[in-house]
Write a protein that binds this ligand. Structure first.
Ligand SMILES: Nc1nc2c(ncn2[C@@H]2O[C@H](COP(=O)(O)OP(=O)(O)O)[C@@H](O)[C@H]2O)c(=O)[nH]1
Ligand SMILES: [Mg+2]
Length: 332
């Protein structure tokens, strides 16, 4: 059995089984996860992160397959994280991914990892980001993240990637729905896929109309690409469009600003989680809640004020206690 440090060292060398192992541990929230992330993080940050979102069935997986070929042909090393839509209850796939990466060529340097949305412990976007970072640290210079394309995950992808591709199809419905979903704000590149089907021009047209209306507010106007992943059409143009956005980000430190903004949000998220964890570990031991419950039950105090009392009691108590005091002692 390899030690965790040996697995980490192997993953940093780009070895696939080791990389896969680390992602699994992080995915299921193993107690080693913070150690792994701590060791991998200093080696990350070199890759370009692309997110692909859009409704289930729009052709994201099919497109990822095509894009990965392009990137590999150009000599890149690609890491893919695809989140499968699956029910948290049954654990089984709702729609299943009909398209799997079916690249056979040996000389293509890619690593494909699918994660089941239902099995991920912790936030979807956080876990995806962590998996992507492990791939980044293992030497992949292009990271592609495919979302499940439902609900919040569609918008969250903008928190973890440099370029967001929003994929629509002739079946996506009218433009108003796109606006409602807030997708307009997160899209850096639009793709109208299945352009081999009727109606593709219509959706491209209504998208263009919407972009025209907000054009003056945009520093970067998202281009619209017409593609057919199935018929292999428009892939080169999309590939070039992605590189264009990457070049745009690299001018005037835009990439840096975007990433710093994302990291700040991530820090806030972790601080909140850490505070919550800390508070619960204290309060639950103190049986404060049972006491408060009795008081609320007897209508002596309302729940909100009871909760406030618990928290401020805890703050007062802990101010004199070791974890704060210890910190001060350590400095002195
Ligand atoms: N006609 C047509 N079908 C496509 C195209 N791209 C994907 N599909 C099909 O659409 C279905 C869903 O594709 P998939 O890539 O799994 O979509 P995802 O759920 O967004 O990842 C599959 O049956 C694909 O073969 C396309 O450009 N044209
Ligand atoms: Mg898919």
């Amino acid at each position: 059995m390899k030690s965790i440090d040996e697995i980490i060292a192997a993953a940093l060398q780009g070895e696939k089984p080791a990389t896969s192992r680390l992602i699994s541990l992080v995915e299921r929230g193993d107690s080693l996860a913070p150690y792994i992330l701590g060791k991998m993080y200093p080696h990350a940050g070199k890759a370009y992160y692309i997110g692909i979102t859009g409704p289930p069935g729009s052709g994201k997986s099919s497109m990822v397959d095509k894009l990965v070929r392009r990137f590999c042909q150009k000599g890149h090393s690609v890491g893919i994280v695809a989140v499968d839509p699956s029910s948290p209850f049954s654990g089984g796939a709702l729609l299943g991914d009909r398209v799997r990466m079916n690249i056979k060529k040996k000389e293509y340097d890619y690593f494909f990892r699918s994660m089941s949305a239902g099995r991920i412990m912790g936030g979807l976007s956080q876990t995806t980001r962590e998996a992507a970072r492990i791939l980044d640290a293992s030497g992949r210079d292009i990271i592609i993240i495919e979302t499940v394309g439902v609900g919040q995950s569609e918008l969250d992808i903008a928190k973890v990637t440099d370029t967001v591709v929003v994929m629509l199809t002739p079946e996506s419905g009218d433009g108003v729905q796109i606006m409602k979903a807030g997708l307009m704000e997160v899209a850096d590149v639009f793709v109208v896929n299945k352009c081999d089907r009727p109606g593709a021009d219509n959706i491209a047209h209504s998208l263009k109309g919407m972009l025209d209306r907000i054009d003056s507010r945009l520093d970067w106007r998202p281009p619209i690409f017409m593609t057919s992943a199935a018929m292999n059409q428009g892939i080169d143009e999309l590939y070039e469009g992605l590189l264009d956005h990457c070049r745009y980000l690299k001018r005037d430190n835009k990439m840096e600003l975007r990433r710093r903004r994302q990291i700040k949000e991530e820090l806030k998220h972790h601080i909140e989680a850490e505070c919550t964890r800390l508070i619960w570990s204290q309060i639950e031991n103190g049986r404060d809640i049972d006491k408060a419950l009795d008081h609320v039950w007897e209508y002596r105090i309302d729940p909100q004020n009871a909760a406030r009392e618990i928290v401020s009691d805890w703050l007062r108590r802990s101010a004199g206690e070791s974890w704060i005091g210890g910190g001060i002692m350590a400095v002195g």
